[in-house]
Design a protein. Structure first.
Length: 561
C-alpha cells in the first residue's frame, strides 16, 4: 500500500499539476468540523433524528456559495482537516454484521473503547457516519455537481483518510448521494469524481498560498512520519498521538465531556470542573485517569522499542517527501526543511511522557503526604506523652511541622517541574496557538508564499508576519455549531469561521457564518466568539427546507434589485 503511494507521488510534474488543478479558482477554506463526535452522547436513533440539526449551517453555507460565485468561476472547497472525527466514533457493529464480514471480529478492548483504526474498520465507521449525516453528504454532492471542486487534507482527527480504501469510499458515498443508481442528464460521473481530490499533507500554490491543518506543530497531535502515519511494529494500524489516546480512553468514556477549547485549561480549571461532578463521578474520573496513563506509558514504550521498524519507516517517509517535492516542483530539500519544523510526538521522548503524566509530582505528593501523616501521628503521641512536654508545646510543634511540610510541598512541586522540564528539554505546554504562529512564520519564509493558512487550534485570526515582504498567517478557526443562536448585530459573534482566497486580488479574507441570517459576515477580531460555548450540540430547531426557502427568496430579491 505504501509502495503504491510512493509511486503515485513520483509520477512527476504533470501528475502534480493535475492533482492541484485549476489554480485560478477561488478557495473556500474550512477546518475542524468534527462530524461524528456525538456518537458517545446519543443513542443511534436520537443521533439520526438530530443529525440534520448538527449539519444545518454547513448545508446552508454550501447552498449559499453554490449560488454566489467569484467572477462566475466555480469554487474549490478546502476541507482542511478534522472534517470527520473518526477517533470520537464509538459505534459498534451488530453481531449479524460481524458474522457477514469475514475478518471483522473485534476484541474486548474494542468493544469497550471503540473499533481500532485499521483500514476496513475505518471504512465501516465512515459508512455509519455517512448514514447518520445523509443530508450533509447530499449537499456536498450537489455542490460538486454544480461544477465546484473539493480538496480534502487530513488532520489528526481524520488521519484515517490516509488509507486509500477510506478515500475511495468517501468519494463513492458522495457520488452515490447524487446519482444513486440512476443516470442524471448533464452530469458526467467521471468528471464528478475528478473534482474530489485528497492531498496527503498540504495544498500549495507557489508564491501565493500554503494550506495545512497544523497538527504537526502540536506535539500532542503530531505524527512522527506525516506521509506514513503508521505504527512502526504493526503497520496495518495508524499511530495514535497522545491527544487520540486522551479521547479514546477518557473523553469517549465520560458522557458530556468535550476536549474542544481546553488546551488553555489550568489545574485550577480542572479542579473547578471536578468539584461539580459529584463524588461518584469523581471516582469514575479517577479510574479513567489511571487507565489513560497506563495506556499512554504502554504505548510510548511499545513505540520506542520498535527501533529498527521505526528507522525503516522514517527512511521511507523521507523518500515520500522527495517524491512530493517533485510533484509540486519544489526545490530539493524544501519539504525536509518543513518536516523538521514539526514537534516530535510526546510519546517519542521519555522526559515529555513523564511531564505529561506528572508521575514525578505524584511521587512527591505521596512522599510529602507520608511525611505529613508521620507528623500528625507523631504529634499525637507527643501530645499524649505528658512527661515529654506540655500540651501547648506539642500542639505548637505539630502546627509548625505541618506548615513546614506544606511549604516543602509547594517548593518541591516547582522543583520537580523544573527538573523534569530540564531533563525533557523544556516545559510541556498545551497552548496550541503560539506553536502554530511560530511555525507559520517559518513556513512563509521557507516557501516564500504570501499566505499561510491553518486550522487545528479552533482560534480564528489573521496577522501580518514580520519581514519586508507582505506575508500573512490566517487561522480559519473551527466549524462548530454554537450552543445557542448568537445575538445578531453589526458585530456578529458566531464562532463558525472560514476563509476565502481570491486569486484575482491575492488576498485571504476571514469571515464568520452568521447562523441567524444564514449569510457571511466579515470577521472582526475585536468580537470574542469565545464568550459563547462553541460546542457542537443542539442548535435551535429549524426545518432545513424553511432555511433553503429563505435563501432562495433572498437570492430572488437580490436579482430583482
Amino acid at each position: 500500500m505504501r509502495v503504491r503511494t510512493l509511486r503515485e507521488l513520483r509520477r512527476g510534474r504533470l501528475k502534480g499539476r493535475k492533482a492541484q488543478g485549476g489554480r485560478d479558482l477561488a478557495l473556500l477554506i474550512c477546518s475542524d468540523f468534527h462530524v461524528g463526535e456525538y456518537s458517545k452522547d446519543l443513542e443511534r436513533i436520537a443521533y439520526v433524528k438530530q443529525a440534520h440539526r448538527f449539519d444545518r449551517e454547513f448545508c446552508a453555507f454550501l447552498e449559499y456559495y453554490a449560488v454566489h460565485r467569484q467572477a462566475e468561476q466555480p469554487w474549490r472547497l478546502i476541507l482542511n482537516g478534522d472534517f470527520i472525527d473518526f477517533i470520537a466514533v464509538t459505534f459498534q457493529p451488530s453481531a449479524e454484521e460481524v458474522a457477514s464480514q469475514g475478518g471483522f471480529d473485534y476484541s474486548a478492548d474494542e468493544a469497550r473503547f471503540g473499533l481500532d483504526n485499521t483500514s476496513p474498520k475505518c471504512v465501516w465507521k465512515l459508512e455509519r457516519i455517512a448514514e447518520r449525516h445523509a443530508t450533509l453528504f447530499v449537499y456536498l454532492a450537489d455542490f460538486v455537481a454544480r461544477g465546484n471542486h473539493i480538496a480534502l487534507l487530513y488532520g489528526n482527527h481524520d488521519v484515517e483518510f490516509y488509507w486509500p480504501a477510506v478515500q475511495q469510499r468517501f468519494v463513492d458515498l458522495v457520488v452515490d448521494a447524487y446519482f444513486g443508481a440512476e443516470r442524471v442528464d448533464g452530469v458526467d460521473p467521471d468528471a464528478f469524481r475528478a473534482r474530489i481530490r485528497f492531498h496527503p499533507w498540504f495544498y500549495y500554490v507557489p508564491g501565493e498560498i500554503y494550506i495545512e491543518h497544523g497538527n504537526q506543530y502540536d506535539e500532542f497531535s503530531s505524527f512522527e512520519n506525516r506521509l506514513l502515519p503508521l505504527m512502526p511494529h504493526a503497520q496495518a494500524a495508524l499511530a495514535m498521538p497522545i491527544s487520540h489516546q486522551v479521547i479514546r480512553y477518557f473523553v469517549n468514556q465520560y458522557r458530556g465531556f468535550r476536549s474542544h477549547d481546553k488546551d488553555a485549561w489550568t489545574l485550577k480549571d480542572y479542579l473547578h470542573w471536578l468539584r461539580g461532578q459529584g463524588w461518584q463521578n469523581t471516582l469514575h474520573i479517577g479510574l479513567l485517569y489511571g487507565t489513560l496513563f497506563t495506556r499512554i506509558w504502554a504505548y510510548a514504550r511499545t513505540f520506542r522499542e520498535a527501533s529498527p521498524e521505526l528507522t525503516a519507516l522514517q527512511d521511507e517517509n523521507t523518500r515520500c517527501l522527495e517524491a512530493l517535492e517533485i510533484s509540486h516542483e519544489m526545490r530539493a530539500g524544501t519539504l525536509k526543511t518543513l518536516n523538521a519544523l514539526r514537534r516530535r510526538p510526546v510519546e517519542m521522548e521519555w522526559g515529555k511522557t513523564l511531564q505529561l503524566s506528572a508521575v514525578d509530582k505524584y511521587f512527591l505528593v505521596l512522599l510529602l503526604g507520608s511525611g505529613l501523616l508521620t507528623v500528625l501521628v507523631g504529634g499525637f503521641f507527643f501530645d499524649v506523652s505528658r512527661d515529654l512536654a506540655p500540651t501547648q508545646v506539642g500542639s505548637a510543634l505539630r502546627l509548625l511541622a505541618f506548615a513546614v511540610v506544606l511549604l516543602l510541598g509547594v517548593v518541591g512541586w516547582q522543583v520537580a517541574s523544573w527538573v523534569t522540564a530540564l531533563f525533557a528539554g523544556g516545559r510541556l505546554s498545551t497552548a496550541v496557538a503560539p506553536k502554530l504562529d511560530a511555525a507559520a512564520a517559518e513556513i512563509a519564509r521557507t516557501l516564500d508564499v504570501k499566505h499561510v493558512v491553518m486550522g487545528h487550534s479552533h482560534r480564528p485570526g489573521q496577522v501580518r508576519l514580520a519581514g519586508q515582504k507582505p506575508r500573512f498567517y490566517t487561522n480559519t478557526g473551527a466549524w462548530l455549531a454554537p450552543r445557542k443562536r448568537e445575538r445578531h448585530d453589526p458585530d456578529c459573534r458566531s464562532p463558525i469561521c472560514y476563509g476565502i482566497y481570491e486569486p484575482q486580488t491575492g488576498m485571504v479574507s476571514l469571515y464568520r457564518w452568521c447562523t441567524r441570517e444564514m449569510a457571511p459576515v466579515p470577521f472582526s477580531a475585536g468580537v470574542r466568539a469565545e464568550s459563547l460555548e462553541s460546542e457542537r450540540i443542539h442548535p435551535a430547531e429549524v426545518d432545513p427546507e424553511d432555511l433553503l426557502a429563505g435563501l432562495r427568496a433572498r437570492e430572488a430579491r437580490r436579482r430583482r434589485g
